[in-house]
Design a protein around this ligand. Sequence first.
Ligand SMILES: C[S@@+](CC[C@H](N)C(=O)[O-])C[C@H]1O[C@@H](n2cnc3c(N)ncnc32)[C@H](O)[C@@H]1O
Length: 359
Amino acid sequence: MSPAFERRLADAPAAARELRALRDLLRWAISRFECAGIAYGHGTDNARDEAAALLLWALHLPPGPLAPWLGARLTLLERRAVVELVERRIALRTPAAYLTGEAWLRGMRFACDARALVPRSLIAEALDEALPQWLELHPRTPCWPAAILDLCTGGGSLAILAADRFPDAQVVGADLSAEALALAATNRESHGLQQRVELVQGDLFAPLRAHRFDLILCNPPYVNEASMQALPPEFRAEPRAALAGGRDGMDLVRRIIADAPAHLADEGVLLLEIGHEAAHFEAAFPELEFHYLPVTAGDRMLVLVEAAQLAAAAARLAAAAARPGTTAARRARRPAGAARKPRPPSARRTAARPPGRRP
Ligand SMILES: C[S@@+](CC[C@H](N)C(=O)[O-])C[C@H]1O[C@@H](n2cnc3c(N)ncnc32)[C@H](O)[C@@H]1O
């Protein structure tokens, strides 16, 4: 049997020397990324978009479509800069945003480095799309939300986006990590939001004392242990404490669901990102009624729970726990973090998608 044909690619010096137009370098960068098998997921999900974002940044071009520039010829210095950045992305296997020091989310720029997760929360899209649609069907008072909490704020992107989308609201961003909060402070300053975004440090709700909020946004660490073990290097470059959610991903989520009622106003809403952990979430909270808010990435990745639903679930659990011998009593005695096997979705979940939206 003859050996498989060996494909070859121009090395970095040859690429910088011989490829003249931006279009050529884009093609080369895509080939390099495909060949190296890098992982995506920090703002892009394919080689072309990753290459385009890096090329635009390296050439000081505005973020957006690359198409208007494809025919542009580059100087040798520019070509070398592009080639070096592409090679660095491959060699370090670090998210592009950590190389460029910035990330864009819903049209806003955020300073970005390894002190915090690269901003990409699905909650950002929901603030513009699914949440306003849900609110049309579940109206609140006109001044809602006056107080917003971004729990687990990291570099502060969601707190800042929320302050931008709800200009009359006061926003608090809370996180355990002092390093992440230092980055959040930089971002708050660059968006001129020192007066409306407060940053506090501590374990979940602890620094918030008895304060209540109309809207709590939370993108907690929720990656389950098996998925953590399989993370590609790009994700391992991010702080582990920003991702790891314990055996079933629900370690922090359990505490958030338990403590949120004490921090939500009467018409309050908790908007919680759970990513691909819907089965684990449903298994962990069989007594809880909630809504899924659909986003482009999926229909069961964002959970919306109303204050009344949280209170009702807590009351149901307490009542059942008072009856000895019931499953709920056994569940109430189960140590925190001891989850059961996931079970299929049940009727207690309510569809949050307004009529006429995607199937
Ligand atoms: C998934 S990141 C989210 C960051 C940011 N909100 C975003 O969406 O880009 C989770 C954040 O939770 C923080 N965190 C982890 N454990 C925490 C705890 N016990 N209390 C408060 N924050 C915690 C981490 O430091 C990290 O910044």
